[in-house]
Design a protein around this ligand. Structure first.
Ligand code: PLP
Length: 349
């Protein structure tokens, strides 16, 4: 009955299937690009009768210190996912405006656009990587937000910062270039944050879910110039960040914790190089997309090999890419987890 009340765009939505939405049983979790390193935090919860700070000052200052920005350029959100949604709610008019994205890419841009009845101009990663900036801008048309996932999930490919700058320059006054840097800690020299100095139509999405090992906290940051963010600040919920989350985020951004994060990143990058070697040598694998980020995406010769891994408790993320359903994304785990993948790869057919 209530279905007849639904707007058309909502009635037609397919529920987003995230890595965690299916009830899988396993022992080795390599399907959601999480960190293998859990940390402990201290909580003091004697003031929960009070509303939290809308934007907790200590967390904002710590992130400014880490990203080399000032406070008016940083907005704390409930994960990068909320940053994506907020940009659309702020800058796109439902039923009228559009966004551009470069497939294959992160699935939430489409989900957020579909739920808000915003049209999608679906372009390709190969256009982004191979075409020149004026061709790309022609294809972008009148999209208001242009999502560049960098490095791109799930292909790992990188768009040079110089190209992002040229895109922002060409699109000035017409569109915002949204650079999703969920994995940038794995290749920090590729960050587009320095572009905020020169462009008022660049926004950068960040998260504590990947290299910072806090997927369970639900914390991200939207970085952009003061004017761009001022509009978003009018749209965000009044108290988006709970007191408990703010306390943990502050500890996660202390200088010791950042040093620890960087140490873990270098271990994970090393584990990744070892995994790539194993994959390149494996008869089960026909193609490896080697790129940046704490994951590797590969094509299997035989899709049924995924079932064997699942049965052994090693959970990885199957994908359909370029029309083929035999792709797999493996998150980079610790040594023991890598060993489970090696055992699977070396099993006879
Ligand atoms: C994981 C991921 C996110 C989501 O981050 P949250 O902060 O956990 O919401 C955003 N973008 C990309 C490309 C991701 O892979």
């Amino acid at each position: 009955m209530s279905e007849s009340l639904l707007p058309k765009n909502i009635a037609e939505l397919k529920a987003y299937s995230s890595a965690k939405s299916e009830k899988l049983t396993g022992t080795t979790w390599l399907n959601a690009n999480e960190s293998p390193y859990a940390k402990e935090f201290q909580l003091r919860l004697d003031n929960l009768n009070r509303y939290p700070e809308p934007q907790p000052e200590n967390v904002i200052n710590a992130y400014c210190n880490y990203a080399k920005l000032n406070a008016e350029q940083v907005l704390m959100t409930r994960g990068a996912d909320e940053g994506i949604e907020l940009l659309m709610r702020t800058y796109c008019e439902s039923g009228k405006d559009s966004i551009a994205l470069f497939s294959p890419t992160y699935g939430m841009y489409k989900v957020s656009a579909d739920t808000q009845n915003i049209a999608i101009n679906e372009l390709s990663q190969s256009l982004l990587l191979e075409a020149n900036v004026s061709e790309i801008c022609d294809c972008v048309g009148d999209a208001k937000l242009v999502f560049v996932c960098n490095p791109n999930n799930p292909t790992g490919s990188l768009t040079p910062v110089s190209k992002i700058a040229a895109l922002a320059k060409s699109l000035a006054g017409k569109a915002i270039v949204v650079v999703d840097e969920a994995y940038i800690e794995f290749c920090p020299e590729q960050s587009a944050v320095s572009l905020l100095q020169d462009f008022d139509n660049v926004a950068v999405l960040r998260t504590l879910s990947k290299a910072f090992a806090l997927a369970g906290l639900r914390t991200g940051f939207l970085l952009a110039n003061a004017n761009l963010l001022a509009a978003v600040r009018k749209v965000i919920a009044p108290y988006p960040v709970s007191t408990a989350v703010a306390m943990i985020a502050e500890q996660a951004l202390s200088s010791d914790a950042v040093t620890q994060m960087r140490r873990q990143v270098s271990i994970l990058n090393g584990n990744k190089a070892r995994l790539e070697t194993l994959l390149n040598e494996s008869p089960k694998v026909s193609q490896v997309l080697s790129g940046e980020g704490n994951f590797v995406t590969l094509q299997l010769r035989n899709k049924d090999d995924i079932d064997a891994a699942m049965q052994q408790g090693t959970i990885m993320r199957p994908f359909t890419l370029y029309g083929d359903d035999n792709w797999l994304r493996i998150s980079i785990g610790n040594e023991q987890e890598l060993e489970q993948v090696r055992l699977w790869l070396e099993q006879p057919e």
